[in-house]
Design a protein around this ligand. Sequence first.
Ligand code: SAM
Length: 414
Amino acid sequence: MPSVEGVPARQAALQILDGVLRRGQTIDGAAQQIRGLRPPDHALAVAIAGETMRRLPDLDAAIDSATRQRLPDDSKARMVLRLALAQKVGLGTPEHALVATALPLVDGGPRRLVHGVLGTLLRKGLPAMDAPHLPEAVEARWRQAWGDDVVAAARRQIATRPALDLTFADNGEARAYDGVSLAPNHSRVGSSAVTELAGFGEGRWWVQDLAASLPARLIPESARQVLDLCAAPGGKTMQLAAAGHSVTAIDSSKNRLVRLKDNLDRTHLAADLITADALTWNPKRMFDAILLDAPCSATGTFRRHPEVLHRARPPIIAASADMQARLLKRAAQWLNPGGILVYSVCSLEPQEGEEIVRAFLAVHSEFAIDPVGEGDAPDFVTSSPEGWVRILPGLLEAEGGLDGFFMARLVRKG
Ligand SMILES: C[S@@+](CC[C@H](N)C(=O)[O-])C[C@H]1O[C@@H](n2cnc3c(N)ncnc32)[C@H](O)[C@@H]1O
């Protein structure tokens, strides 16, 4: 068959989906392994894979409605159908183009099958999929933890790519920037190429979801020596440095610390950087405040990374929770009396948030919750009766929403 324009991008999308669904990779991780594509084709492949992952259960339901026998989950025919239909629903690709670029991806019998199923579905029309189902297990978990309204909000939010949030070192610059400022030092802009936005080269801002900017805001101004544990790529390190703290930033990943260093250089900010595993590292000093933004399942970032909902299965969440409990226990040893420890995760799983802090306080009577109150955080943030902050889908929805997050501020009693 002669080569059809647009097929290499679909071939690459298929490879990315395979990496995500069969090998547990992230979309970005799988995309990095693809070589030799023109940048627009690479971007299109990533976009197709993203749109597919946003609506996977609904795409599968549509495919199943048009086949007599259920296609195996990892069959090439199902993979090709998923990405073809995702282009129709998510990217508005014309039908002739999505058929012409899907068929060369499969041979023989499967090609006839794909052609037939696409024909049937396109003729009868696809459902809207503007509030698609999340994976069944995730919906069940979140319904139990947060209720129906949150699941409904999450469905609406997964359908579209969120806007870009920028954090500025200088609040005056944030307010003057061409965007919507929802908090001090923040501006929200339409999604576009980051490097093309004004002020990138000068390092006036960095990209950081508004929810991700909240934990560093809970560190008291008076804290001089601040430890940023699990710091890379450094959104929170930059906030802390910009706020005038003397920051020590640790991360176990050398590569990610290189990114942190690049970020600090670009924004003309400074911190002491240490590559170390926080589970074995021992500091030479004590700190006035510690920010532990722990590694987690990252299910709160599903708007930007829809694949996290398919990867974060219960054993992964349990392993994360175990790591978080161990990191928190270590961090607690390095705080001066009266010092503040902020614990945060970009997860929507209580197991990685509320349950970690409850279990920690049950055995660390020298710590107490320092409730997040008015004036500690932007107005839209309200604390729970326990005093911690839980950011759920649905918050600020009219303004474009936020990532899901948990944060608690703990004080070491004097
Ligand atoms: C949620 S990310 C941190 C994001 C960062 N705070 C920011 O705002 O840009 C978690 C980080 O923890 C690091 N990490 C995981 N296990 C660690 C450990 N045992 N010691 C130190 N860092 C660790 C990972 O390399 C990763 O960079």
